[in-house]
Design a protein around this ligand. Structure first.
Ligand SMILES: Nc1nc2c(ncn2[C@@H]2O[C@H](COP(=O)(O)OP(=O)(O)OP(=O)(O)O)[C@@H](O)[C@H]2O)c(=O)[nH]1
Ligand SMILES: [Mg+2]
Length: 348
């Protein structure tokens, strides 16, 4: 009954009022409102941008911790353990798990392996698994925005789990304040085969499954490699051995996180990181907004396909087409494919 009244009222309100109301509910800790707000962001609803804009003033409080590592390294188990420990300390926690989606089948490869379970009795813990459907603006951007909404809900910590396989994942961890790279023994030359980018962003190395054979060797390899990097200035990424399934080493890992947090808190280091992250994000936002504006002016996927076909056939020059699109978007006079065709091909 109450819900019906509320919803009827919502429909009658302007978009701004609806967004404002939703943000209020998110901030008051209403789990359903938070889930709904995230869905709006994930689905790129027209409400997403005003919603994110309204959330923005309330963000920046949470510490964002990214966890990355090979499939099955134990990231979810670690996140589960860590979040329980943080909750015991009365810290509120948000969890975002990014499941990679096969670009070929559109199905989640690892979807059912996420082990974190939302404790429904605990309002201080919020878990969201992101289905990655190859959204328009890129996975990293959507993940950042989802984290912002959770941030606005007042969580102290946000744990972002992502499988470290490609550039997208590097981008995702780059939006974290602090990055944990999870390694496991017995995966052959796995230290060597790890992407350089992933290693550079590691603030803490977690050697999980250290109950397995090869943990000593892995530790030696990481230490050897570490001495070559030194990208973090005065911070030497510690190496923490864990057995996520039993909880061994989790207290040490939390202590390492505390130390990293303390290190970040001085000399404007956290601000510096966030500034770098925003620099990238603003650029991405500009790209996204430009494409959005072109689409709003009528540019369709079919138009883009047609241009791609002509460019591939060498009958059109992309270095002429792209700047013309941009110029038209800025003039706001409609960047339809045909108009550009006319401009390019009309005279002959
Ligand atoms: N022996 C051992 N097994 C572990 C440990 N940590 C996790 N596992 C097991 O490893 C498997 C994968 O764990 P997950 O936590 O799902 O790993 P993940 O990295 O989140 O996996 P994806 O999200 O699918 O990439 C599970 O069967 C866990 O029980 C550990 O420290 N030791
Ligand atoms: Mg997982």
């Amino acid at each position: 009954m109450r819900e019906t009244v509320k919803e009827t009222a919502e429909v009658a309100q302007t978009m701004e009022d609806r967004v404002e109301l939703l943000v209020e509910r998110v901030r008051s800790g209403e789990v359903r409102a938070l889930a709904r707000a995230i869905s709006l962001v994930e689905n790129e609803s027209p409400l997403a941008r005003p919603l994110l804009s309204a959330c923005f003033p309330f963000t920046g409080q949470a510490l964002r911790i990214g966890l990355t590592g090979a499939p099955g390294a134990g990231k979810s188990t670690l996140v589960d353990r860590l979040s329980r420990l943080f909750r015991e300390r009365r810290q509120t926690v948000g969890i975002v798990a990014v499941d990679p989606t096969s670009p070929y089948t559109g199905g989640a490869i690892l979807g059912d392996r996420v082990r974190m379970k939302e404790d429904l009795s605990d309002s201080g813990l919020f878990v969201r698994s992101m289905a990655t459907r190859g959204a328009l603006g890129g996975l990293a951007r959507t993940t950042a925005d989802v984290a912002s909404v959770i941030d606005a809900s007042g969580k102290d910590l946000i744990l972002i789990e992502t499988v470290g396989v490609g550039q997208d994942e590097v981008d995702i961890v780059r939006l974290a304040d602090l990055t944990l790279v999870v390694l496991v023994p017995g995966m052959g030359d796995d230290v060597q085969s790890l992407k350089a980018g992933i290693l550079e962003i590691a603030d803490i190395f977690v050697l999980n499954k250290s109950d397995r054979e090869g943990a000593d060797r892995l530790e030696m390899e990481v230490r050897a490699m570490q001495s070559l990097s030194g990208v973090h200035g005065s911070w030497v990424p510690p190496l923490v051995r864990t057995v996520a399934t039993t909880g061994e080493g989790i207290a040490e890992l939390a202590a390492a996180i505390d130390q990293a947090r303390a290190w970040l808190a001085v000399e404007g280091r956290l601000e510096e990181r966030r500034k770098a992250s925003w620099r990238r994000r603003i650029e991405e936002m500009l790209q996204y907004e430009l494409l959005r504006e072109l689409r709003r002016q009528g540019l369709t996927d079919a138009d883009l396909d047609a241009h791609a076909a002509r460019v591939a056939a060498k009958s059109e020059n992309p270095y002429e087409v792209a700047p013309r699109f941009v110029a038209q978007a800025l003039r706001g006079d409609g960047a339809r494919g045909e108009e550009i065709d006319e401009e390019i091909h009309g005279e002959d």
